[in-house]
Write a protein that binds this ligand. Structure first.
Ligand SMILES: [Cu+2]
Length: 140
């Protein structure tokens, strides 16, 4: 039954081209830092888990609430902390990638509409699948 609901939600949201059983991506413990008034960007964290039976390569992130969403990684270069965009992210079968302060993180930039309590995030994977997540905005 859970599977059926997932498929229905998936079709409703974006028209996935693959059945749910073939490609399942989870976003565990996901949260987005609540934005102070006037702020133009924020960051999201959690664990992206490949629960499917194929490797998943993430190729795009979008949200109806932001004009620009991308994956960044904070790296140390010459003792300086810098953020670099990560255009694609491969998550092998059965593995997970942690997004945490100081490492990988989602950057949400150029807010389009009022944020409320929840952000909608679409994650596109190579081959045409799309996964959608609702991420809570939290003050941490
Ligand atoms: Cu960043």
């Amino acid at each position: 039954m859970k599977q059926l609901i997932w498929i229905a939600a998936c079709l409703l949201l974006a028209g996935c081209s693959r059945p749910a059983a073939e490609s399942q991506l989870l976003f565990e413990d996901a949260w987005v830092r609540a934005m102070p008034p006037g702020s133009m960007m924020t960051a999201g964290f959690g664990r992206l888990v490949n629960n499917s039976n194929v490797d998943l390569e993430i190729t795009a992130y979008t949200s109806p609430q932001f004009a620009d969403v991308s994956l960044h990684r904070t790296v140390l270069e010459d003792g300086m902390s810098r953020m670099k965009e990560v255009p694609t992210l491969m998550i092998p079968v059965g593995s997970e990638i942690e997004l945490a302060p100081g490492g990988y993180h989602l950057m949400f930039m150029q807010p389009i509409e009022k944020q409320g309590d929840v952000l909608l995030l679409h994650v596109d994977v190579d081959g045409g699948g799309r996964f959608s997540f609702e991420l809570p905005l939290e003050r941490r």
